[in-house]
Design a protein. Structure first.
Length: 305
C-alpha cells in the first residue's frame, strides 16, 4: 500500500512513486507514437476525405467505456475493501483471544503462551497462503518444538493451526482450568478466525469474470488505437497530446482495477499484509509480557508491504 502525504501544486505533475504511470507508461508511449505518425500523415499528406472523419463516434464509445470501467473499478474496490475489513477483524479477534488467555489462563502461563504464539503463526501462515508463498515455512518460527511433530501435516496450514489452538483450549477444559461456559468464549474466537480465513479465500479464489475483464481490455485498446484517426482532422499536431492524455486515463483506470482485484498481492496498491501481521505479533507478544517487542513496519519509499 502506498503511504504518502497528499500531493499539492506542481507535485501532481511529476510524482511517480505511488502513481500508476510506471505500469502503463509503455502503453501510453505506444499510443503517443501512433498519434504522432497519424498526425504527421494527416498534416503533410492531406489524404482525401480526412475532413469527413468525425470525432462523434469516439465520444460515444469513450463515454460507454468510462462507465463500464467505473463499474469494474467499483467491483474491484469492493473486493479490496472487504479484504481490509477481514484483516481488521483478524486483528480484533487476535487481541480478544490474547485477552482471554491472559485472564482465563492466568494460572497456566505456558498454555497461554502456546495459544498466543499459535495465533501469531496463524496470521503469518494466512498471509503467506493468500500471497502464494509457503504457509508452513511462514508459521514455523512461532511453533514450539513440542508442536512441530504435528505441524504442517495438512495442506491447509492456517486451518491446522486453528485446530492446534483448539487442542490447547480443549485440554484446558478437560484439566479443569476453565469451565464449559468460559471454554465457549475460546470456541467463539476460533470460529471467527476460521470465518475470516474463509472470507479471504473466497476473495482469492473468485476473480471477476474473465470475459468481462477481457472485453474492457479490448475496448480500451481499440478506443485508444483508433482515437488518433478521429482527432487528426480537427486537432492536427495536438492529436498526440490529447491521445496520450486519454490513453493515460483509460489505461490507468484499467490497471488500477486490475491491481485492486487481487488485494492480497504484492502490487503497490495491494493490502499491507506484512504490516498487519506485525501488528498482531506486537499485540500478542505484549499481552504475554515479552520484551523487547518488534518494531512496527514502516513504509519504505512510501511503500508499506
Amino acid at each position: 500500500m502506498i503511504i504518502r502525504p497528499r500531493p499539492h501544486g506542481w507535485q501532481l505533475l511529476y510524482i511517480l512513486r505511488g502513481s500508476i504511470v510506471p505500469a502503463i507508461a509503455p502503453k501510453v508511449a505506444a499510443i503517443f507514437v501512433l498519434a504522432v505518425a497519424v498526425a504527421t500523415f494527416a498534416e503533410l499528406a492531406h489524404p482525401p476525405g480526412i475532413e469527413r472523419v468525425s470525432v462523434a463516434p469516439f465520444t460515444l464509445l469513450g463515454l460507454v467505456l468510462s462507465i463500464f470501467l467505473s463499474f469494474r473499478n467499483n467491483a474491484c474496490f469492493d473486493r479490496w475493501w472487504e479484504g481490509r475489513k477481514l484483516w481488521g477483524q483478524l486483528i480484533y479477534e487476535s487481541r480478544s483471544l490474547a485477552r482471554l488467555c491472559s485472564t482465563l489462563l492466568a494460572g497456566q502461563p505456558a498454555r497461554a503462551d502456546r495459544i498466543c504464539r499459535l495465533a501469531i503463526a496463524f496470521a503469518h501462515a494466512l498471509a503467506a497462503r493468500l500471497r502464494g508463498q509457503d504457509a508452513a515455512l511462514a508459521g514455523l518460527p512461532w511453533v514450539t518444538e513440542a508442536d512441530r511433530e504435528r505441524y504442517a501435516q495438512r495442506q491447509n496450514v492456517p486451518d491446522q493451526l486453528l485446530a492446534m489452538i483448539a487442542v490447547e483450549t480443549t485440554a484446558a477444559l478437560h484439566a479443569g482450568e476453565v469451565d464449559s461456559i468460559l471454554y465457549a468464549q475460546f470456541e467463539t474466537r476460533l470460529h471467527a478466525l476460521s470465518s475470516i480465513q474463509a472470507g479471504c479465500e473466497r476473495i482469492l479464489l473468485t476473480p471477476l469474470p474473465f470475459a468481462y475483464t477481457l472485453l474492457l481490455h479490448r475496448c480500451a485498446w481499440m478506443f485508444c488505437v483508433l482515437l488518433p484517426f478521429g482527432l487528426a482532422s480537427s486537432l492536427g499536431w495536438a492529436t498526440p497530446v490529447v491521445s496520450a492524455v486519454l490513453a493515460y486515463a483509460f489505461f490507468g483506470l484499467d490497471q488500477l482495477g486490475e491491481e485492486m482485484e487481487e488485494p492480497f498481492g504484492l502490487e503497490p496498491n495491494d493490502l499491507p499484509l506484512d504490516a498487519m501481521v506485525r501488528t498482531i505479533e506486537i499485540d500478542l507478544l505484549d499481552s504475554l509480557g515479552v520484551r523487547p517487542l518488534p518494531e512496527p513496519l514502516q513504509p519504505q519509499r512510501y511503500l508499506l508491504q
